[in-house]
Design a protein around this ligand. Structure first.
Ligand code: BDR
Ligand code: CA
Length: 292
């Protein structure tokens, strides 16, 4: 199984992704690093700890960036609630978080063989960018970076073409692109095709973690929509089953000015892999399997 660091801003779909990663038994999760995104850093850190406790996991949470590299945060409380988990109350962690996500990542990456730790990035890329800027030799030891973010042919969910994670910290995406890591983006083009609906929600019932996952999804449906995209869980799916995605190699640049965080495909951009299509049925059936 893959050793992974989950970099996250929980966040309802982050929470589903984390429960899946811990519950499916197919990842060696080394720990979670928190980042401000869907909600502030104190809350994302606390939520990460609560999710680990729920799953009986003793791996650490390390506190990451409280704000983007060079901008103010975008507030998403309207979607994820003031607590980031849509009012679903979980027991707080009884382990204090580690103080410094970048230091902890560096330690993990340098104490293991090179290219054996993947980073699963579910929020703004601030922590990864800071790792690259301050400890480039540690960053170069990362295996794969699989990041949820961006929109290629799809419209954005923040600006006309910009998606929340990249719009939150476009300068961080730029740093990650320039570093030329083994980077795969999972954009809205794919995540909008992997949707939880009422039938999916029902299918999760019956196990303790399935119940919590169902409660989180119900909160995610709060505005009466019939289905919701499972953005962040798609990162876990790509890590496990890349063959259910259609991957394209592209050269990408990021807009820092007009529609910050929007991605442009351009011959003078930086190379990355981008998931452009997914087998929806196989994706949902894999996600179901993980909770049982
Ligand atoms: C991304 O933004 C966040 O609100 C979600 O958790 C996901 O990571 C989707 O644009
Ligand atoms: Ca997220």
């Amino acid at each position: 199984s893959d050793a992974v660091i989950i970099d996250t801003d929980p966040g309802l779909d982050d929470a589903i992704a984390i429960l899946f990663a811990l519950g499916c038994g197919r990842f060696d999760v080394l720990g979670l690093t928190s980042v401000a995104g869907n909600i502030g850093i104190e809350q994302t850190t606390a939520n990460a700890g609560s999710l680990l406790r729920l799953m009986g996991s003793s791996v650490p949470v390390a506190i990451g960036a409280a704000r983007p590299l060079r901008r103010e945060s975008i507030d998403e409380a309207a979607i994820h609630g003031d607590d980031g988990l849509g009012g679903v109350v979980l027991k707080p962690s009884d382990a204090p978080p580690l103080p410094d996500a970048v230091a902890w990542m560096t330690e993990q990456l340098t104490s293991r063989p090179a290219h054996t730790v993947d980073v699963l990035a579910l929020g703004p890329l601030t922590n990864l960018a800071r790792l690259i800027e301050t400890h480039p030799e540690a960053a170069a030891r990362i295996g794969r970076v699989i990041a949820m973010g961006g929109a290629i042919d799809e419209k954005g969910n923040v600006g006309p073409n910009s998606e929340f994670n990249f719009a939150s910290d476009p300068e961080a995406l730029q740093v990650v692109l320039v570093a030329r890591l083994d980077l795969t983006l999972i954009p809205l083009d794919v995540t909008r095709r992997v949707r939880a609906d009422a039938a999916y929600l029902e299918s999760l019932r019956g196990t303790a973690h399935g119940e919590v996952a169902a409660a989180l999804l119900r909160a995610y449906f709060h505005d009466g929509r019939e289905s919701r995209p499972l953005h962040d869980p798609c990162v876990m799916l790509f890590a496990l089953a890349p063959d259910i995605f259609a991957i394209e190699r592209m050269r990408l640049a990021v807009d820092l000015v007009d529609d910050p965080g929007a991605i442009r495909v351009t011959p003078d951009g930086w190379p990355a892999q981008v998931a452009m299509a997914v087998d929806t049925e196989r994706a949902l059936s894999l996600l179901r399997g993980g909770f049982i």
